[in-house]
Write a protein that binds this ligand. Structure first.
Ligand code: DAH
Length: 346
């Protein structure tokens, strides 16, 4: 019996199939109902009782070795099949890579910049961490103006004991880039300034502490309010469609005089009145005005020689109107289910 066990062990160890089908054949030959190892169990019944324990253990070890070998060979064969399929089946469709898409805020920002570049504007940039002078003082904000209040502005550092002077803060609007442009450039100036701005606001469906603005500035000889109005009408028609109309309402900004807020006719209901325009037929999109002479003087430009206009708008708001997005927080959550809805808009 010992000889038989040794012989079977040797054959198991030496077994090297040439094809995967031989593995199952071998298993049946050894361990099937009529298999050689199965037959050994029959023989085992007649082994002398004092030897049963020893032979029992040996036969068990033989069985386990055989099973382990067969399983290992089967796994190997399966892996090989997979590998062969990978290499050989050139006609299998490829697995698609997930592509990213442009963020709706970038889409709208690029479109606005493009419209103004057709009017001869160039793009200007500025830092997000600013000082009081560029964000407030040079823009004719009186020292006690509420926008400087802690509730609106994120202050970073207070450098001087004098009120407001040299405070370091996160810019609350992109109008600071106006100031930086006037510092480095003599008129004629025609710039568009996109950027991120920061305000200490409670986050809700219509407000966020981080958002995007686009500022425009045009300074030259004889720039008039009519130029401002015509430029904005062109812009509104390009952005919302040929039928779009604008209206201007008197407003107040420290850096412009006179100032206005601009509404466009509601692109959803065509001006008839709907829930988006709250029944008015108009949607507010931007603030604008003629640059205040104090701002020109503060930035080294003679108001007797030059005049100009400026305007500023929130990109989130315009993207909401353009795409019908009802909750501004969606822009910041980066949920791909939201972002993929803009795949086809470029
Ligand atoms: N800076 C203003 C804001 O943050 C927007 C604005 C209004 C900019 C009128 C302008 C302007 O240049 O003329 O609300």
């Amino acid at each position: 019996m010992q000889e038989k066990i040794n012989d079977l062990l040797r054959r198991v160890e030496e077994f090297a199939p040439k094809a995967a089908a031989e593995i199952e054949e071998f298993r049946i030959k050894m361990m099937g109902k009529k298999g050689e190892i199965t037959a050994l169990m029959e023989e085992f019944k007649s082994v002398a009782p004092e030897l049963k324990r020893e032979y029992g253990q040996r036969i068990n070890a033989l069985k386990q070795t055989t099973l382990a070998k067969i399983n290992a060979l089967k796994e190997e064969a399966a892996a090989k099949v997979e590998e062969e399929v990978k290499i050989e089946d050139m006609s299998r469709p490829g697995s698609a890579e997930q592509l990213g898409s442009r963020h709706p805020i970038s889409i709208v920002k690029n479109e606005i910049c493009e419209i103004f570049s057709r009017l001869g504007y160039t793009i200007a940039d500025g830092p997000e961490i600013e000082d009081d002078r560029h964000v407030f003082s040079s823009l004719n904000f009186p020292p006690e103006h509420p926008a400087r209040d802690m509730q609106d502005t994120f202050f970073i550092e207070k450098i001087s004991n004098e009120p407001n002077v040299n405070d370091i803060l996160l810019r609350t609007h992109t109008s600071s880039i106006q100031v930086r442009t006037m510092e480095h450039q003599k008129p004629p100036i025609r710039v568009i300034c996109p950027g991120r701005v920061f305000r200490n606001e409670a986050i809700s469906y219509r407000a966020h502490c981080i958002f995007h603005q686009i500022e425009g500035l045009y300074i030259d000889r004889n720039v008039s309010f009519a130029d401002l109005k015509q430029s904005l009408l062109y812009f509104a028609k390009e952005l919302f469609g040929e039928k779009t109309q604008i209206r201007m309402r008197p407003s107040y900004f420290p850096f412009t005089e006179p100032s206005a807020e601009v509404d466009v006719s509601c692109n959803l209901c065509g001006g008839k009145g709907c829930p988006v325009c709250k029944g008015t037929g108009w949607l507010e999109i931007l603030g604008c005005g003629m640059v205040d002479p104090n701002v020109l003087t503060a930035n080294g430009i003679d108001p007797n020689e030059y005049s100009g206009f400026a305007f500023g708008m929130g990109v989130e708001r315009i993207a909401m109107l353009k795409f019908g997005v009802k909750d501004l927080r969606l822009y910041f959550e980066n949920d791909v289910r939201f972002l993929h809805q803009f795949d086809s808009v470029l």
